[in-house]
Design a protein around this ligand. Structure first.
Ligand SMILES: [Mn+2]
Length: 325
């Protein structure tokens, strides 16, 4: 057993109370992995609470245990147990509640290659397609229990972060893990239905507007759209319902890089980037203080929407011509 695994084993064995965190603006892998960790700890007789800066987002309320997710308190209580972070590439993304209290996680478990290793124990598997897979491997190596509720949560993490087992990084091992999770009680068709066929009408109206205003550059190899607070207001979509429209742009056969630029209510700009294969969008995001994976990355910036978009377009065009795409 390697040192990190032994340290994780000892951390869990020698403590009784745990607080499991994932990143703000949580997705299926963040919620799924943190909830599954909670179930595993409780199955070992521990106390575990699952926190998120954003509490429970409506679109994930079907996850087993979702109703018990606690919104991170503004002031983090000192006696809340051993802090574990999952699926979170930087300390700041764990959210203000924890960051203000300057609590350093005892364990940082993740699959983002750009993870800054902010934990006391860092278990980061950069080529793993989901944190759910990383946690499954740890649990299996250490002989931890896998209750059915944990299997369902891990399955959601694996399914959503692999784009339903379509993205690169989906290996025979990933599918073997999915199979093990189904054997342990995960229900693939029910979970797919709950994750992918429960969009609100507001989200559909927002999607219609996004598709209408998508623009193409560099001989249709770059696609971009904007999202504004006004578009959320007119469509009736919830703030978290603006995700994953880039998947639609990526279905177009000419598109190498698709990105969206969102003006935030709070001021500032958020960007998501996706690449088909040849352009490393995490390298581009890094130039603007962002990060992520080679084929999927993000940025938060104080630059205005128009300026950030113009600078990104020029960086992406440079990358496209450098790669002779
Ligand atoms: Mn993830």
């Amino acid at each position: 057993m390697d040192n990190t695994l032994a340290a994780i084993r000892d951390l869990v064995a020698t403590h009784d109370r745990f607080a499991v965190f994932s990143h703000a603006r949580p997705d299926g892998d963040a919620y799924g992995t943190s909830l599954a960790f909670g179930y595993m700890l409780r199955a070992m007789g521990k106390q575990a609470t699952v926190y998120n800066q954003d509490g429970l987002l409506k679109s994930y309320q079907h996850l087993p245990g979702a109703e018990d997710i606690v919104a991170t308190p503004v002031l983090w209580p000192a006696d809340s147990g051993v802090v574990i972070a999952v699926d979170t590439s930087t300390y700041e993304r764990l959210g203000e509640g924890l960051v203000r209290a300057k609590v350093i996680p005892e364990l940082n478990l993740d699959h983002h290659a750009s993870n800054t290793l902010y934990g006391k124990i860092n278990h980061v598997v950069g080529d793993s397609p989901a944190s759910a897979q990383v946690l499954f491997e740890v649990a299996q190596a250490l002989g931890w229990p896998l209750p059915a509720a944990a299997a369902n949560c891990l399955y959601v993490g694996l399914m959503t972060d692999t784009g339903s087992f379509r993205y690169r990084g989906t290996t025979a091992r990933t599918l073997a893990i999915a199979s093990a999770l189904v054997s342990a009680g995960a229900d693939p068709s029910a979970l797919a239905d709950q994750c992918f066929r429960r969009n609100s009408l507001g989200r559909f109206f927002l999607m219609r507007e996004v598709l209408n205003q998508t623009r193409f550059y560099a001989e249709n190899r770059i696609a971009v759209y904007h999202v504004t607070p006004a578009m959320f207001a007119s469509s009736g979509a919830a703030p978290e319902e603006g995700e994953n429209f880039l998947d639609l742009l990526q279905t177009i056969n000419t598109v190498e890089v698709a990105f969206m630029v969102q003006a935030l209510d709070t001021g500032g700009t958020r960007v998501s980037l996706r690449s088909r294969a040849r352009v490393d969008v995490s390298a581009i995001a890094a130039k603007f203080g962002g990060g992520g994976h080679k084929l999927a990355a993000g940025i938060r910036s104080s630059l205005a929407v128009e300026q950030l978009e113009a600078e990104l377009l020029s960086e992406i065009e440079t990358a496209l011509s450098a790669g002779n795409v």
